[in-house]
Design a protein around this ligand. Structure first.
Ligand code: ASP
Ligand code: MG
Length: 417
């Protein structure tokens, strides 16, 4: 059994959905297809949600636009305007309208998940109906009833035991050989929808593969595979053919956007390979992420994380009992739900490089100021070079101001402006 994941970019219009059909048709295997919301729908839903609180009129306008975007795609895909899909989609949009503009919710995060989860419901209803209409018979599964999570809305944790039982029952491959379901979302036991964190569909695919012992996962992207650098910022990029799980985690953690960092663990645990392949060029071999011992290229890999903030903390009395101070620093970080990308300490200071999450970072700095003298810089970049060479470093740091530099055997990090 194979698990495929198609992200928003692959299904942003009717041609994308048709292309998905063509790709699936080239496989004879049992397949679970995990689909994200169409195009930029999740961003749109976030925007409409905020407008539903701040500016209802504008929220309703944007809601109509999002609805029209979906129905335009449906009109391209189906000629029969009375089919079942129209009715279902209409009724789901009516539900979304209620959640947005009628219902009262206990908290913002809870409301967020009820709203934003509709994106994947819409997309999968459309894709599933289209495949069925083209003789690619598939069963639509409501993953909110399979991925049972806690109630940490917007970052829900999956209850793996419960979910395993539900997944075995829902994807049994007895009568059906193709299943289609939503990425990114789950459900709390009281029936509320939850989400697993932005860009979480890769993770959904990985968890399904783990629980159901898939042979492999293929994530279909708009790039040929994992490249040694983001072509948006670096010239002359090269595709990597094979990447180890460890390498993939490092790359994802330090900002490579191709795969979500959480994706690797469930696959590594069961030794299931992950392929990153192009939906634009589906014949390409892509990149295989798996249990490889060695890096098989002699080129460096560059990863850039933008919008970084470097915070330096100086204890007011110069006494630095480092263990105690570090645990306090990490406690504050976790209370503010902020991840540290890089840390450096000296006898009299600790420096932390974090993603600048404006409001949250400001609050964190205020908290630090109660105990420390605080200095900070923002609008920095964290540049990571795996398998670096002096030449590679020279090339990308030349003429730039380096705030922190760290090197280990295979990896060099630079916080730069
Ligand atoms: N649609 C969700 C998002 O845009 C999940 C995903 O695409 O993976 O964050
Ligand atoms: Mg998306």
């Amino acid at each position: 059994m194979l698990v495929f994941k198609f992200g928003g970019a692959s299904v942003k219009d009717s041609n994308g959905v048709k292309n998905l059909l063509n790709i699936i048709n080239t496989f004879k295997d049992n397949i679970i297809i995990v689909v994200s919301a169409l195009g930029k729908t999740t961003n749109k839903l976030e925007e409409i949600l905020n407008l539903s609180i701040e500016n209802i009129e504008q929220g309703k306008e944007k809601f109509e636009l999002l609805k029209a975007y979906h129905f335009d795609i449906v009109k391209d895909l189906f000629s029969d305007l009375n089919n079942q899909l129209y009715k279902e989609l209409k009724s789901e949009f009516a539900n979304l309208n209620d959640e947005l503009f009628e219902k009262k919710h206990d908290s913002y995060d809870l409301k967020y998940d009820q709203i934003v989860s509709f994106g994947e419901i819409f997309s999968t209803l459309i894709v599933s109906a289209f495949l069925n209409s083209k003789q690619l018979t598939n069963k639509w599964v409501d993953i909110r009833k399979v991925f049972i999570t806690d109630d940490t809305f917007r970052n829900a944790k999956i209850d793996m035991n419960l979910t395993k039982t539900k997944a075995d029952a829902s994807f049994d491959f007895k009568n059906d050989k193709t299943y289609l379901t939503q990425g990114f979302i789950g459900g709390f036991k009281n029936g509320l929808a939850t989400t697993l964190g932005r860009e979480g569909s890769d993770y959904t695919a990985a968890v399904l593969a783990n629980l159901l012992n898939a042979e492999k996962v293929i994530v279909w992207k708009d790039v040929d595979g994992i490249l040694n650098a983001d072509p948006q910022y670096f010239e002359a990029t090269e595709k990597l053919d094979r990447v180890s799980y460890q390498e993939a985690v490092e790359l994802a953690y330090f900002g490579a956007k191709v795969i979500h960092p959480k994706t690797i663990k469930p696959l590594h645990n069961k030794n299931i390979p992950l392929y990153v392949r192009s939906f634009i060029n589906p014949e390409g071999t892509g990149t295989e992420i798996g249990c490889f011992k060695q890096y098989d290229k002699d080129i460096p890999v560059f990863v850039l994380k933008k919008d970084q903030m470097l915070i330096s903390l100086f204890p007011k009395d110069l006494s630095f009992a480092i263990e105690d101070e570090l645990s306090k620093v990490f406690k504050y970080l976790s209370e503010h739900r902020i991840n540290v990308n890089l840390i450096q300490n000296s006898a009299i200071s600790i420096s932390l490089c974090i993603d600048n999450a404006n409001r949250k970072s400001k609050q964190l700095i205020e908290r630090f100021k109660e105990d420390y003298k605080v200095l900070y810089n923002d609008q920095l970049e964290l540049l990571t070079i795996r398998h670096y060479s002096d030449q590679a470093i020279e090339k990308v740091t030349k003429g730039r101001k380096i705030y922190i530099e760290q090197r280990s055997r295979h990896t060099a990090h630079f916080v730069i402006k």
